[in-house]
Design a binder for this molecule. Structure first.
Ligand code: ADP
Ligand code: MG
Length: 322
């Protein structure tokens, strides 16, 4: 339904996108996840034909954004990052206006306006001037605008930004409801956001795609970033050397010494093979082990490990160590 093909975008000297390719299949909800400045909005502006890429192209609903931008605009609903609202209009009047601009009229216009008012929970607000609405209701109004013509493809740029936790939960539920039978791409810099709403994540960083898959697949990819701590009674130097030498251990990070035990955080791909090796080492060396705890990567750390060249800061790895 959506296919970005080698999108590159320069804003003058700034390279905002660098050869970005990904796909969104029919009926999928895909989260475009990345830190601020990663290129999410730029990608969405290209998909919605508000910007032309420097090179590469995209197809939306099978239509090339460069060849027929108007046809693309007709079949998509777009919630831009900056809400496209007229502050002096009433909610109903605004939706009416957008509907007319979308070519709706008569009974169909009334039917669609009524439906999106209900769908977006705007019924109690429909006679209010947009200026008087809370941020949450403004967001709903902008979402209603994106849905008025009943598009099959919905593109949402940071749909929950600036909302309070209650509003975030409501908008997420709303998005999930809207997504049934539709194809949705939403951007966010918040990991929980995609975990809560998306089937699949495309991670973008510095204009490049650095991850693409389900949350479980991305966790799997970040596996060589696993960590576990061990504490061994003995002399630091020898223990450090032997632990570092284990297969799968990229680094044995010294954490501290207490009551004769030295603690290390092992970084690497830490499967059952590793634990066998540690056990063997402990037997042959007569080590007394105290801790042998795995610290599974949190989703945050998975994300960090995929978007940073350096590993996750050691401070977080030290939490809870004896
Ligand atoms: P995101 O939405 O992920 O925060 P953007 O797509 O807005 O990222 O921006 C990507 C990069 O392009 C950033 O470095 C940003 O400063 C730059 N950028 C975005 N829009 C413009 C513009 N109109 N002119 C110049 N640089 C821009
Ligand atoms: Mg943005």
């Amino acid at each position: 339904m959506i296919k970005a093909e080698n999108l590159t975008m320069h804003y003058g000297p700034v390279k905002a996108l660098d050869n970005v390719s990904f796909e969104v299949k029919e009926g999928e909800i895909v989260g475009l996840l990345g830190p601020n400045g990663a290129g999410k909005s730029t990608t969405m502006k290209i998909l919605t034909t508000y910007l032309y890429p420097t090179s590469g192209t995209a197809k939306v609903g099978g239509i090339d954004v460069l060849q027929d931008p108007l046809a693309v605009r007709k079949i998509i609903g777009y919630l831009p990052e900056v809400l496209p609202l007229y502050m002096d209009m009433e909610v109903r009047g605004y939706l009416d206006f957008v509907a007319r601009a979308r070519g709706l009229s008569g009974a169909r216009l009334r039917e669609r306006t009524d439906l999106v008012l209900d769908e977006c929970g705007l019924r109690p607000m429909y006679r209010k001037v947009i200026r008087e609405l809370s941020k949450g209701y403004r967001q709903r109004t902008a979402l209603a605008q994106a849905l008025i013509h009943d598009p099959n493809i919905i593109i949402l740029d940071e749909p929950t930004s600036g909302l309070d936790p209650h509003q975030i939960v409501e908008i997420r539920q709303l998005i999930r409801r809207l997504a049934s039978g539709r194809t949705v791409i939403l951007s966010t810099h918040i990991l929980q956001e995609v975990e809560a709403t998306a089937d699949r994540i495309v991670i973008i960083n510095h204009g490049k795609i650095v991850g693409d898959g389900t949350i479980d697949e991305l966790r799997e990819r970040a596996k060589d970033q696993e960590r576990a701590r061990v504490a061994v009674a003995g002399e630091r130097g020898e223990i450090e050397r032997l632990l570092s030498g284990l297969s799968g251990v990229r680094k044995a990070e010294f954490l501290g010494e207490r009551e004769g035990f030295v603690s290390f955080m092992l970084h690497g791909r830490l499967g059952s093979e590793l634990w066998r090796e540690v056990g063997q080492l402990a037997r042959t060396k007569g080590w007394e082990l105290r801790e042998l705890g795995e610290k599974p990567l949190t989703l945050e750390e998975t994300f960090l490990s995929l978007t940073e060249r350096k590993e996750a800061p050691a401070a977080s790895a030290r939490e809870g160590v004896a």
